[in-house]
Design a binder for this molecule. Structure first.
Ligand code: ACO
Length: 311
């Protein structure tokens, strides 16, 4: 790659300029963006499944309307992210094909089942909470279309986080059975939520280069620590217990120390061995196949409009 173009690119990144679709960029930068952004888009799409599972069983009309809106938001996030990724020269069909054929990754967190209504609270509170922690810095990621997509996504994610926490508040202040349900959901979602941030920094092959290119603005461990620091007091405030015997406030560091994460479990889920990984991919492929007529109808309609316009 031409040295002077590379130097100019690196200077722009170092000056916190946004790189735009028609700008010159190193091939490896483009590849890294396509990898991260398409995985992110897939996570939004697959993330609709565990919650979609509870729309028909939400405990009230209000809860149902809110959940429906939230799940639709996730579909919208995927749409912005696929569109932003297409500006790098990869088509949506290619990306979706990579997902459906099992070549593409998506977040480990969506391979866990939603067993009770409290799981919907835990997902909003913890999973969307972790997502915001990771995504707020991405509003300043170096690729312009990705950064701009993240602005709206973050606004919606913060609404999602609050609706989840509010479900947990209601359950934790409810009957003993409801409180037990909330605690059980926290117990099951806590550790997988910490895993969302990715492997520890000393085992994160992409971090160093992505930090240099300012695609990532914080490391996996930095964001994980921030999440623990913010979330533990939220659990305490509603009388729930974080399932970690080693968790304690470290006054000297000004952070919570927390127990060891089961990285074996993380890597198994990344390999596609998550508890409901097969069901998730089956549901995705079925949704794609069942939606074929909609895509065909939309294409036929666009064709007809074009012909009319030309006439
Ligand atoms: N689930 C699945 N795969 C993961 C996860 C995870 N939680 N964390 C890391 N990985 C994968 C990485 O994709 C990478 O594999 P690859 O090289 O084949 O892509 C490998 O593990 C090693 O990890 P890192 O070197 O740390 O990878 P990276 O620098 O890309 O960091 C991270 C991972 C933090 C997830 C980053 O890609 C990111 O910030 N992505 C954008 C946010 C996002 O995707 N969020 C999705 C969940 S939130 C939501 O959608 C509601």
């Amino acid at each position: 790659e031409p040295a002077e173009l590379l130097a100019a690119f690196e200077a722009r990144v170092a000056a916190d300029d946004f790189i735009e679709p028609k700008d010159w960029m190193p091939e490896a930068y483009r590849r890294t963006l396509v990898r991260q952004m398409s995985q992110h888009a897939h996570s939004e799409v697959v993330g609709m499944l565990p919650e979609g599972n509870w729309i028909t069983r939400a405990p009230s009309l209000r809860r149902k309307a809110v959940l429906l809106a939230k799940v639709q938001d996730e579909g919208g996030h995927a749409l912005y992210l696929y569109s932003a990724t297409e500006t790098l020269g990869t088509s949506r069909e290619e990306m979706i094909d990579a997902l459906h054929s099992g070549r593409a990754k998506y977040s480990t967190i969506f391979n866990y089942p939603t067993l009770t209504w409290a799981d919907i609270g835990a997902i909003g509170w913890l999973v969307d909470g972790a997502a915001i922690m990771n995504q707020v810095p991405l509003q300043r990621t170096s690729y312009g279309p990705y950064a701009r997509a993240m602005v709206r996504i973050c606004k919606e994610e913060s609404f999602h986080q609050r609706q989840g926490y509010e479900i947990m508040m209601a359950l934790a202040a409810g009957t003993p059975d409801q409180k037990r349900m909330a605690q059980d959901a926290l117990n099951r979602w806590w550790w997988p939520s910490l895993m969302m941030f990715g492997p520890p920094d000393d085992n994160s092959p992409n971090s160093a280069q992505s930090m240099r290119w300012r695609i990532k603005r914080d490391t996996n461990d930095q964001l994980r620590q921030k999440f623990v620091d913010v979330t533990v007091p939220q659990a305490e405030a509603i009388g729930l217990t974080v399932p970690d015997a080693d968790l304690k406030w470290d006054a000297a560091r000004g952070h919570y120390d927390f127990g060891a994460i089961d990285w074996e479990e993380f890597y198994a889920v990344v390999r596609g061995e998550g508890p409901v990984a097969r069901e998730r991919m089956q549901a995705r492929r079925k949704a794609w196949d069942d939606g074929a007529w909609v895509r065909e109808a939309a294409t036929a309609h666009a064709e007809k409009q074009r012909a009319r316009h030309a006439a």
